[in-house]
Structures are given as C-alpha cells and as structure tokens.
Design a protein around this ligand. Structure first.
Ligand code: FO1
Length: 322
C-alpha cells in the first residue's frame, strides 16, 4: 500500500507530531521522510540523530527530557572514554551505542541507510515507514565568524549553537538521489505534512535533495506545514536565532514565506492568530490551532487538524478542481 500520509521530518518536533499522526491515521499508511544532514561519523560509527529521535520517540523509548537518546540510559562507555580523553562532548549512552553499532555494521555489510532504518524501526515494533530522504551522504555545514565552516553537530552540540551562523550549505545535496520510490510516494500521497521542524537545518536539507522541491511544488495543493515558531520564538533549539541570523522574519509570517512555494496551508498557534491575514497574504491558508504538543493527546489533536487541512482527494475519476 502506498503510504497515504507523508511527513517531512526533522527531530524532536516532528517526532512529537508523528506520535499524534499515527494515532489519528493507520500507521501502516504513514511515511516519515527524515532529514539525514545532521548525520555524523564518530568513533567510527554512523549516527543518524533525526532518524533515531523519530524511532525512539514513536517507540516510547526516547529520553523525555532531551528528546534524543534513550530513557533510563547508563553512560559507562562515555565514562570509560574519559580515561583516554576521547570525544565525549557528543553524549552516546550505552544502549544508544547499540543502535549506532548495528547501523554501522549493516552499512559496512553493503546495505543502504533506508534498509537499515527499516530494520531498526521494525525492531522497535513500529508500523509506519521511517525513511531517510536519501541513501547518499548529505551534511549540513554552518559558517560562523570565529570558526569558519563547521559540521552541524559541532555547531549544535559542541558549541551549543551559541555562535552566529552567517551561511549554511548542505554538502552533497546536489549529488544525492531521493530514496527509491520516494518521488512516486510524494506524488501519490493524499497529504504531505511539513512537520514543525527547523526549516533551515531540518526541512531545507530534505528539500535540497534533487526532485523533492519540484515534486512538492507540483503537489502544493496537498501540502500543509506546521509552524515551529510560536509567538516569535522556537519551541526548542535555535530555529528563531537561525532565522534572524539568515535574514528571515522570525514569525509565522517568516515561516509562511519560506514554505510559500511548496505548501498551501500553514498551521499556526492561537498565540499568532493576529498574524493569520499576513500568512494568507504570503499565499498560504492560515489554520489557527493549539500547536504546542505536551503529550500524545495534544499531538493527536494537532495531527487531526493537520490531516483535515487538506481536502481528501476527490473520489471521482476526473481530476479535482484546481
Ligand atoms: N544533543 C545534545 O545537545 N547533546 C548531545 O550530547 C547529544 C548527543 C546525541 C546522541 C545521539 C543522538 O541521536 C542525538 C544526540 N543529540 C545531542 C541531539 C542531536 O544533536 C540533535 O538531535 C540533532 O542533530 C538536531 O535535531
């Protein structure tokens, strides 16, 4: 069955919305297309943070305080690494390490990231499809005044994103291929959701993979985005700062302008209801609803709003009116 609901996903915000979407819609008809430009190679391991945050969250195993890694973790490997003054600023829990060891071993055996991701998701009992946007290497590179161009995890974790970003590029994007079948799935999906992830470092890398943005543009009438900005602020992470540093208005209107060519509707929080007309003037239908997800019930309510935002495809054999 071609998944009917396709969600473009980054990390924490996307994972929370997905936990609501799989309550509101049969999970076997849901596809999460996940950003892999945060991926990093450390200790010889291939780490895919956004994929693991989605899988751990939907498996009910994520560390609820951080939104990444596993709950109830132990840190013996990290503690032991201190003896050698190894790299420990990127915290890898003992059980989380098993995920990276398994992924790295399977890739070493010649498997691809989509296949290994499906094996990991299945091992956690998930019914939805979790798919990297591409099997090819893409990496977000951030330029800062003092450090020059640095890798994403150096920006996000080592420097705690306490540095100014003056430019961002997605290394490898031009040479990357969308995962097999992804373009067809996007073209035939009933609804495409742009999750409340960071538009600049989580969604933009997905759109930067060839054919993805043009496909969304052609399917714009069924694409709905959820703003990660509420009241001019990010719920989590550096979205607001990055938007300002890179010249975007840090508001739901700024988000609307970023997504205007690929989405027909934008879900904004009630705190931003007064900006609905400006969202409309940016070319998207504003949908005002509570967008802060405290738990699965609030995520499910938001998911229902999102899934109702796009009229179901007409059942007649004629193309629906434009
Ligand atoms: N984020 C942190 O702020 N500190 C960490 O030490 C850290 C470790 C880590 C390990 C595995 C993993 O999958 C994610 C991890 N993250 C950590 C989060 C990660 O940097 C972010 O999830 C994404 O890259 C941005 O969404």
């Amino acid at each position: 069955m071609t998944p009917q609901i396709t969600v473009l996903a980054g990390g924490v915000g996307a994972a929370k919305l997905l936990s609501g979407i799989i309550q509101a819609h049969p999970p076997q008809d849901v596809l999460a297309v996940v950003n892999t430009a945060d991926d990093t190679k450390l200790h010889g391991l291939h780490i895919s943070p956004d994929i693991d945050t989605v899988i751990y969250t939907l498996a009910g195993a994520v560390n609820p305080d951080t939104g990444w890694g596993l709950s109830g973790e132990t840190w013996n490997a990290m503690d032991a690494l201190e003896r050698y003054k190894g790299i420990t600023w990127f915290r890898l829990g003992d059980r989380d390490l098993a995920t990276h060891m398994f992924r790295t071993h399977r890739l070493y055996q010649g498997s691809n990231l989509a296949t290994v991701t499906a094996e990991i998701a299945s091992a956690w009992g998930l019914k939805l499809t979790v798919m990297p946007v591409t099997n090819d290497p893409i990496q977000t590179k951030i330029t800062t005044p003092d450090e020059g161009e640095i890798d994403f995890q150096d920006y996000f974790v080592r420097l705690r994103h306490n540095v100014t970003a003056t430019a961002i590029r997605i290394d490898g994007a031009k040479q990357a291929n969308p995962c097999p079948g992804l373009i067809d799935t996007l073209s035939s999906a009933q609804t495409i959701v742009i999750a409340p992830s960071n538009p600049i470092v989580s969604i933009a890398p997905i759109l930067a993979v060839p054919h993805i943005q043009p496909t969304l543009k052609s399917q714009r009438h069924k694409v709905v985005a959820v703003s990660p900005i509420v009241g001019g602020k990010a719920i989590k992470g550096p979205t607001d700062r990055l938007m300002r540093e890179l010249g975007h208005e840090c508001s739901v209107v700024g988000i609307a302008r970023i997504y205007a060519d690929v989405a027909c509707a934008l879900v904004i929080d009630e705190a931003d209801a007064h900006l609905a007309l400006q969202v409309h003037n940016a070319g998207l239908t504003p949908i005002v609803a509570p967008t802060i997800m405290h738990d699965v019930p609030t995520a499910t309510a938001l998911a229902k709003t999102v899934l109702n935002a796009v009229p179901p495809a007409s059942t007649s054999s004629y193309p629906s009116n434009p």
